[in-house]
Ligand binder design. Structure first.
Ligand code: ATP
Ligand code: MG
Length: 1007
């Protein structure tokens, strides 16, 4: 509350009409339950909907009182109804302002680690209170705008995290139906990240009756409802009995039955209506608006005048501002307001005066005649212009609102322009765009528009295009650019026209259209002084070409971009070109990991030099991608992990960070660290990753669930992945893994015919040759489908006839003959594929021909290859198949037994139950004792598995034969998965110690 209000309100009661809180026991109980959950460290959010006046705020206030009584902290911020001019982040600004008011700026800055940071942009007072004001405060947000906004979000998270670390906190965001775009984004971010906010309960309220079909809150509610800890509740109207209670409590006595009947009939249990009806005595007007006005009409005329003015101020008006606009002296204003407070029309709030209910404000505002309305808005605008401190929030945005509503177009235009700049400063790009659109809208009405805002129409269009691009609003981006291009003479300013075409080319949904724009742009920038622009266009062209059949043209474009960018000293474009080149691999030679990594390191350095975090993270993404492709799972995981930490630092945890989560979860899956992989996936999904990213995450989760025998979970994940991919343009790295998973699922469900058909359809539809990395897993899954179908019991075989199997195998053979298999990972897939093909052919192998024996050998080779790249799951599967084929060929049972035991043991370690079960069944059938396998993990071995013992033997060997460097290097790559396990099991800190301990305990003799 502003200081002067305190004195003024002395002696005036501002009690609510109904002092007693009625009913709502179930709702309170569920809020209490959510509060109990957060106190146990679990996330919880309650989204409370209900019609206007039904009692959402009252319920929240009642609950807040209970929390405070239990020693918890409650922070409340409300969204403001300013229509399209919504004050960005309004409720959060209010919450921080309250915090500063109660705890002091120093304490809040302390929570933020000593810096007001980007939050200082929302609350300049906070920035000014910094011990040493930051250099960057107030700097243009334009440079790398996404990052600043991301940082703001992360800092808000930090703030609530720190607050809740000191005790339970309840954050109430009221009236979300009026939330501005930025507030919705931030709320979604906080709720999605609630796992890191133990002890913080988030409550959002909104009018559910205002959510029309295209209301922007709808998608947010739907998105949040997917999170397990988000509960959505709808507050019902009061029952007849509760309404009676409400009336009795208001009147201080029982209400007569006829009165109750009439009030209940008209209010239908809506407490606000009921209260209003009660005030109106016997006259019962039809609409609520009339009800409200009826009550106000009994107030003195001077009070009514001020109320109408206050109604135009928006949600809340400061005392000084009202005084300035009404032209009343302090004393006169005080006497004018007193009856409104007494009649419960206004309540004093910390920031000035607020209407007790927004409906009352709406009614007051609508009661202004149109001419009066403009006059009052102009009054507000003039008062704020004269003294900006009168506007509690950011003055320029309020000015834009009032001048526009006052129909002063010239002022409105200038104010919107300033408000756009202000919105940009707080990273509120959506609001910036809406203000820029307002400037565009008013442009033709204001004769000297260009002078007023100091920019030309085409520059304005260009700015709007860039902001829209930043927001990811591709369609609007292209519309603004097209409009700007119509006004720009490319001959006069070819560089600028080319850069605009570049953005349009980058944001076009159709690669061909995009590429056409980029070619047109290139034709514009041929001069010696346009080489930098040329470089920018070429770099984007290369990037887009990568995703088209004309991928061969990408390399020359990227190379030329690189060369020109180097000459022009444009580090960002160098980074982009290098990054693309690295992904294309060395020219004309087989892919060479070292060369690719070297290029990426250069890309990274250039991106760092340019200070472009997006590009830096793009190189991290590419680096982990190529490492994983080369079978270097450990290194891939490390790069991705570091990248995720970096993304979080730049406030890009949700976008780039979750993309990197795919690149971390994937190597973890390969390494058999499924628990960790699932954790990474879940965390990224919690962050509401973008659609395409979520699809990949679900696909990986499905793979793990399938291997673990969780068929339902696997199906759900696969369905979700496929659904999220609907409508997405084909990309090998997206579609092939999703399709692979679907084939594997069909096999697991013994739907062989469908698996065969799906595989065949996939091979016919997509160009597998273009992407061996993602094609090989498809080949393996398809061959497996053939093998399973061929080996199925006769009944099942009837549905998947030999012809279908043969047809698929023939198609596969054609592909396999051409498909490159560079690097250990692809090689391992290729060997597995070959073994699966032999397995598929086994039933038709003529008697006497050594089919199974050859197959057993093929599987053995595959196993060795998987062992070399350190992928335990396919290794175990290959061992199992090898044993199976060996037993079928009637060869040595001991050898098969050893393989089976090892397969079972690895499967048990991974939790790969179906594979473990198959191994156990085969062992039973072949009367192979499996008990011994368990001994591998017995206490005598220090809990080490057979495989770990193998590795340990090698470690020891290396220890003894230091000269054998080659072997040691190879070993280091291969065994690192196991070594850390070994060290922790043996309780030692180094490989040397592990070897020594193993020798001491005699473990090495056991292998
Ligand atoms: N359970 C209750 N007990 C007593 N009074 C109540 C109760 N619920 C609501 N009221 C009264 O009804 C009126 C409207 O309630 P409130 O302002 O909480 O509605 P709301 O749902 O927040 O409306 P809006 O959507 O407009 O924000 C208030 O005066 C409030 O005190
Ligand atoms: Mg409310």
């Amino acid at each position: 509350m502003r200081r002067d209000d305190d004195d003024m309100l002395e002696g005036v009661s501002s009690r609510l009409i109904t002092p007693v809180f009625i009913g709502r026991r179930a709702q309170l109980a569920s809020l209490e339950a959510a509060y109990a959950a957060v106190r146990h460290g679990e996330p919880a959010t309650v989204l409370l909907g209900g019609e206007a006046g039904v009692g959402k705020s009252r319920l929240a206030a009642e609950f807040a009182g209970r929390v405070r009584a239990q020693g918890g902290r409650v922070l409340i911020g409300g969204c403001l109804e300013l229509g399209a001019d919504g004050l960005p982040f309004a409720p959060f600004t209010a919450v921080i302002r309250d915090l500063v008011r109660h705890d002091g700026a120093a304490a809040v800055i302390g929570l933020l680690g000593g810096r007001a940071g980007e939050i200082g942009r929302l609350l300049p007072d906070l920035a000014r209170a910094e011990p040493e004001p930051a250099q960057t405060a107030g700097s243009a947000a334009d440079t790398y705008p996404g990052e600043g906004r991301g940082r703001l979000f992360e800092q808000m998270l930090t703030l609530f995290e720190q607050l809740s670390a000191g005790g339970p906190v309840v954050l109430v965001v009221e009236d979300l139906h009026w939330a501005d775009h930025s507030t919705r984004d931030l709320l979604s971010f906080l709720v999605s990240n609630q796992r890191v906010l133990p002890g913080a309960l988030i409550i959002g309220t909104f009018r559910s009756d205002e959510l029309h079909r295209t209301h922007p809150l709808r998608p947010l509610l739907a998105e949040l409802a997917r999170l397990a800890w988000v509960e959505r509740a709808e507050l019902p109207r009061l029952t007849r009995r509760e309404t009676a209670e409400l009336l009795a409590s208001s009147l201080g006595r029982e209400v007569e039955p006829e009165r109750l009947d009439s009030v209940f009939a008209r209010s239908e249990g809506n407490p606000l209506f009921a209260e209003e009806l009660l005030c109106c005595g016997d006259e019962l007007p039809d609409s609520l608006r009339d009800l409200v006005l009826g009550r106000v009409q009994r107030l003195p005329p001077a009070t009514q005048d001020v109320l109408r003015i206050a109604g135009a101020a928006g949600d809340c008006a400061g005392y000084a501002l009202l005084s300035a606009v009404s032209g009343l002296s302090d004393g006169d204003l005080e006497s004018a307001l007193r009856p409104a407070v007494a009649a419960n029309v206004l309540v004093a709030s910390p920031d000035g005066y607020a209407f007790r209910h927004a409906l009352i404000r709406e009614a007051m505002y609508e009661d202004l005649l149109p001419g009066e309305r403009s006059r009052v808005h102009a009054g507000f605008a003039k008062a704020i212009t004269a003294d900006e401190s009168l506007a509690a929030g950011r003055p320029s945005i309020q000015l834009a609102h009032h001048w526009y509503a006052a129909h002063d177009l010239a002022q409105a235009l200038a104010a919107a322009w300033k408000a756009a700049a202000e919105a940009n400063r707080v990273f509120a790009y959506a609001e910036q765009l809406s203000m820029l659109s307002r400037v565009l809208e008013l442009w033709d009405e204001v004769p000297d528009a260009a002078q007023r805002v100091g920019t030309s129409h085409d520059q304005l269009l260009e700015k709007a295009a860039r902001v829209a691009h930043l927001l990811g609003e591709q369609e609007r981006t292209r519309a603004f650019i097209s409009a700007a291009l119509r006004e720009i003479d490319p001959a006069a300013d070819p560089g600028r026209a080319a850069l605009l075409l570049e953005i349009r080319g980058r944001s076009s949904p159709d690669p061909e259209d995009g590429i056409a724009d980029l070619h047109n742009a290139l034709a514009l920038v041929t001069g010696d002084d346009q080489q930098r622009e040329r470089a920018v266009v070429l770099a984007t062209l290369a990037l887009r070409l990568c995703k088209t059949p004309a991928v061969a043209c990408a390399r020359p474009a990227a190379e030329q971009a690189l060369q020109l960018a180097e000459a022009a000293g444009d580090a960002a474009t160098q980074a982009s070109a290098l990054s693309t080149l690295a992904m294309l691999g060395p020219d004309g030679r087989p892919s060479d990991l070292d060369v690719e990594l070297e290029m990426l390191a250069r890309a990274r350095a250039a991106a760092a030099q340019a200070g472009d975090y997006h590009l830096m993270l793009r190189t991290a993404i590419n680096e982990s991608h190529v490492l994983e492709g080369a079978g270097q799972h450990e290194r891939a995981a490390q790069v991705a992990r570091d990248g995720i930490a970096e993304a979080a630092r730049y406030g890009l945890a949700r976008t780039q960070g979750t993309f990197l989560a795919i690149n971390l979860a994937e190597p973890l899956y390969s390494l058999g660290r499924w628990e960790e992989s699932v954790e990474v996936i879940e965390r990224a999904l919690d962050l509401s990753a973008p659609t395409a990213t979520r699809a990949s995450l679900f696909q990986l989760a499905g793979l793990i669930a399938l291997a673990r025998g969780q068929a339902d979970a696997a199906c759900r994940a696969a369905d979700t992945a496929a659904r999220l991919r609907t409508g997405e343009r084909y990309q090998a790295q997206h579609h092939l893994p999703t399709a692979t998973l679907q084939i594997e699922l069909l096999i697991a469900q013994r739907r062989y015919r469908e698996a065969l058909d799906a595989a065949l359809e996939l091979i016919r539809r997509y160009d597998l040759q273009a992407s061996p990395r993602y094609a090989w897993p498809v080949m393996v899954a398809a061959a497996r489908a053939a093998a399973e179908a061929a080996g199925a019991p006769a009944a099942a075989r009837a549905e998947s006839p030999a012809e279908a199997v043969a047809e698929l195998l023939a198609a596969l053979a054609t592909e396999a003959a051409k498909l490159g298999a560079e690097g250990p990972d692809r090689r391992a897939h290729q060997l597995t594929y070959a073994a699966e093909v032999l397995r598929a052919r086994r039933p038709e192998a003529p008697e006497g021909r050594a089919g199974p024996a050859g197959e057993a050998a093929a599987w053995e080779q595959a196993a060795a290859a998987w062992e070399a790249v350190g992928e335990p799951y396919p290794l175990a599967a290959a061992l199992f198949r090898s044993a199976e084929a060996a037993l079928a060929s009637g060869s040595d049972k001991d050898e098969a037994g050893r393989k089976l035991r090892r397969a079972a043991e690895i499967a048990a370690g991974l939790g790969a139950h179906p594979l473990g079960e198959m191994a156990a069944q085969l062992a039973r059938r072949a009367r192979i004792p499996m008990g011994e396998a368990r001994a591998g993990a017995s206490p005598a071995t220090g809990g080490l598995t057979t495989r770990e013992l193998d590795v340990l033997a090698l470690v020891a060997a290396r220890d003894e034969q230091r000269a054998d460097r080659q072997r040691a290097v190879h070993l280091a790559e291969e065994a690192s998965v196991y070594v850390s396990n070994i060290m922790s099991k043996l309780g030692v800190a180094s490989r040397g110690e592990a070897a020594a301990a193993a020798r001491d305990r005699g473990l090495l003799d056991m292998t």
